[in-house]
Write a protein that binds this ligand. Structure first.
Ligand SMILES: *Cc1c(COP(=O)(O)O)cnc(C)c1O
Length: 394
């Protein structure tokens, strides 16, 4: 089996599993209890906070633990919206290809009276910093642009956007779920005010994440109850999950240089191989791209069929279209970079892991090429293209 869907979730590392089971077995006290067993759990929690803060150049008190990336995104947007409302600033800037945790929260805020500007991401899948600058108004309370896109892997000019926001006195949030553990991220040098991350995207457990919020930024209480997380998120902390997240992140940082180099080489090999397929195109910029992301459109086929046939051959990948939700709409990300519906339907995302081998990339190229050719063999759209009744787009 070749697992090439690491953007959806990653396998937990042995270190993370070890840390988690050890804490579940031995450190199960409630961190809010004052006796020794509780305080040991409290120490583990605060050690994780220190380690995670250090990993992104933050201070421990700037880290809020959450149930994952979606919660961190909701918390960030809700908090700044509340602040904006108080100051009479009801305008938010984002991009058209954000994760649904951002887009759907923005839709909810729109219904509550906020005005939302969604910036274009251009054909290369990149937001232009000058367009962010041009969109900022007197009443803009927040700019939220993702660090790296989860479908096409493009890495945004975060530092430039952060600098612009800092100069213009606008709060800047980034959904860095795909970046943390895969790219070097520093909230100080990148001028980031708030950042969302999720453990299961860097070999930690599911259902755990964190929100970084720069000191002085007031967060709202998403969950009311006890005084955990300084009252911002009530509920007894997921100590084993949080400690495992910290362990996974430290491990990812230790091996980042070698992992990145290997993944980039495998990624570029895949891109080169898949580019040999006629009427195929890479989605998103080839350079400003996550080391593990390959995303292609193949004209004349359906992404879902491609996925199922690849699964039969032991390759687990994903398609841009929202097939899981039963909807036939093509991916909003592919539409945002200007792919037309027909082409966007024939997409394939391969998000490779750190341990992928040279032989596996060759197998993927061979299998994808064969399956695409096979599917085109009985595709009516492909016949129309071949016989000149329709024009090729790719
Ligand atoms: C996976 C993902 C999320 C959601 O994270 P969860 O921990 O699954 O809630 C948010 N944003 C991006 C970019 C993601 O890839």
């Amino acid at each position: 089996m070749i697992y090439a869907d690491n953007a959806a979730t990653t396998k937990m590392s042995e270190t993370a599993i070890h840390t988690m089971t050890e804490l579940m077995r031995d450190t199960w006290g409630n961190p809010s209890s004052l006796y020794t067993h509780g305080q040991i759990a409290k120490d583990a929690l605060e050690q994780a906070r220190e380690d995670i803060a250090a990993a992104i150049g933050a201070e421990p008190r700037e880290i809020l633990f959450t149930s994952g990336g979606s919660e961190a995104d909701n918390q960030a947007l809700r908090s700044i919206a509340a602040l904006g409302r108080k100051q009479g600033k009801m305008h938010i800037i984002s991009s058209a290809f954000e994760h649904h945790a951002i887009l759907h929260t923005l839709e909810a805020l729109k219904k509550e009276g906020f005005e939302i500007t969604l910036l274009d991401v251009h054909e290369d899948g990149l937001v232009r910093p000058e367009e962010v600058a041009a969109a900022i108004r007197e009443d803009t309370c927040l700019v939220t642009i993702m660090y790296a896109n989860n479908e096409i892997g493009t890495i945004q000019p975060i530092r430039e956007i952060g600098e612009i926001c800092r100069c213009r006195n606008v709060i800047f949030h980034t959904d860095a779920v795909q970046a943390i553990g895969h790219l070097p991220v520093n909230v100080r040098t990148d001028h980031i005010d708030l950042l969302s991350a999720s453990a299961h995207k860097f070999h930690g457990p599911k259902g755990v994440g964190f929100l970084y919020a720069k000191r002085g930024i007031r967060l709202t209480n998403l969950i009311e109850g006890g005084a955990q997380e300084r009252g911002k998120r009530a509920g007894t902390e997921n100590v084993p999950g949080i400690a495992a997240m910290a362990a996974a992140l430290q491990e990812a940082l230790e091996h980042m240089a070698e992992n990145t180099e290997h993944q980039r080489r495998m990624r570029d090999k895949l891109i080169e191989g898949l580019n040999q397929i006629p009427h195929a195109a890479l989605n998103g910029d080839a350079v400003h791209r996550l080391p593990g992301n390959v995303n292609f459109c193949f004209e004349g086929i359906e992404g879902e069929s491609l996925l199922l046939l690849l699964d039969d051959r032991g390759i687990q990948a994903s398609s841009g279209s929202a097939c899981t939700s039963g909807s036939l709409d093509p991916s909003h990300v592919l539409l945002a970079i200007g792919r037309v519906h027909d082409v966007a339907h024939g997409s394939l995302r391969l998000s490779i892991g750190e341990d992928i081998t040279e032989e596996q990339t060759e197998e993927i190229i061979r299998d994808v090429s064969e399956v695409v050719e096979y599917l085109r063999g009985f595709s009516p759209i492909w016949r129309d293209l071949k016989e000149g009744r329709k024009e090729y787009i790719l």
